[in-house]
Design a binder for this molecule. Structure first.
Ligand code: NAD
Ligand code: ZN
Length: 342
């Protein structure tokens, strides 16, 4: 079958023929229809310090997808051939304390699809049936294909009560702009999002942000006070940039007692002013992945209750044109980029 693999220890990704994976007794074989490009795939493409230490050469990359069940192991129950599915990309061990307590997203032995085991930039993919999520009929393929990053946005945004609250999101990448839409949908009052990229700030406006602030040109707190009438600070902060300056600004802009969820992954050490955390009594919560599988049910229900994610899907490419898709993602002038396999 055709797949995109990390063949060489340098910048790039390569289309090659590899064997179709064999499902084990508890696995599903999924025929991939669409697979979108994640920031993680861009790190792997760029062969940065993290990926060169993590990704074995020859790995089939990709983990955001929708497809149909094309085969299954003898022990699998609850799925039928042809079912439309996406899947949780974190494969958990099932025997650590958190797994046994039902907190799978906190498993200490997590393996990543398209990182530690073959992924979804391929005609076929094998995952444990446990990780598969059947997509309700009224959810389009494009939206199902981005359930993985949508789940990051849902898990982060719904960490704290948003109803009638003022929410600050730092970073208008695909996940940040989806979080803006979720926060509005969930009943937040002001949803302010920051970035330094005007294309993405525009996208955030389309997704429903109350105000999108380019922090390279505008002062966040002046905007919040003069335009939105805020006097005390934000109630909930969602850090979705991985940028140290953005994180410091977020902490500084929180009201006393504010709640902060951290999704963005910094490239190195980040210094913050701990006085902001301590004297304001802030709550900080780290976010990894999605809750298994509560976040997945919330995702489906949010879409079914009218949340519109379509503006975030800005580009499609046939799989032969994967290079253009990666170039588009690397250029920063895009939301989600989907590769069409069928
Ligand atoms: P992305 O890199 O596309 O978006 C980050 C955005 O932050 C960019 O648009 C960038 O311009 C912006 N930014 C840079 N400097 C800024 C500043 N000073 N102020 C405000 N914004 C600034 O990333 P994404 O795919 O949307 O993901 C968001 C973050 O979440 C990334 O850091 C990613 O690595 C991380 N992530 C974490 C998990 C997890 O499980 N914890 C999962 C997926 C992604
Ligand atoms: Zn575990």
């Amino acid at each position: 079958m055709t797949a995109l693999i990390k063949e060489h220890a340098r910048e790039g990704i390569w289309m090659r023929q590899v064997p179709v994976p064999e499902p084990g007794p508890n696995d599903l074989l999924i025929r991939v229809r669409k697979s979108s490009i994640c920031g993680t795939d861009v790190h792997i493409y760029n062969w940065d310090a993290w990926s060169s230490q993590t990704i074995p050469l020859g790995m089939v990359v990709g983990h955001e997808y929708v497809g149909t069940v094309a085969g299954m192991g003898s022990e699998v129950r609850g799925f039928q051939m042809g079912d439309r599915v996406s899947g949780e990309g974190h494969i958990t061990c099932g025997h650590c304390r958190n797994c046994r307590a039902g907190r799978r997203h906190l498993c200490r032995n997590t393996q990543g699809v398209g990182v530690n085991r073959p992924g979804s930039f391929a005609e076929y993919l094998v995952i444990p049936a446990f990780n598969a999520f059947r997509i309700p009929e009224n959810i389009p393929d494009d939206v199902a294909a981005i359930f993985d990053p949508f789940g990051n946005a849902v898990h982060t945004a719904l960490s704290f009560d948003l109803v009638a609250e003022d929410v600050l999101i730092t970073g208008a990448g695909p996940i940040g702009v989806m979080a803006a839409a979720i926060a509005r949908h969930a009943g937040a009052r002001n949803v302010v999002i920051t970035d330094v990229n005007d294309y993405r700030l525009d996208l955030a406006r389309q997704m429903g942000a109350t105000r999108a602030v380019n922090v390279a040109r505008e002062d966040l707190w002046t905007v919040a006070q003069t335009e939105l009438g805020m006097t005390e600070g934000f109630d909930v902060g969602l850090e979705m940039s991985g940028n140290g300056a953005a994180f410091r600004q977020l902490l500084h802009s929180m009201n006393h007692g504010g709640k902060v969820a951290l999704l963005g992954i910094p490239a190195g050490d980040v210094q913050i002013d701990w006085n902001d955390v301590i004297f304001k009594g802030l709550t900080l919560k780290g976010i990894y992945g999605r809750e298994m599988f509560e976040t997945w049910y919330k995702m489906a229900a949010l879409v079914q209750s009218g949340l519109d994610l379509s503006p975030v899907i800005t580009h499609h490419y046939g799989i032969q044109d994967f290079q253009q898709g990666f170039d588009m993602m690397r250029g920063g002038q895009s939301g989600k980029v989907i590769l069409d396999w069928e």
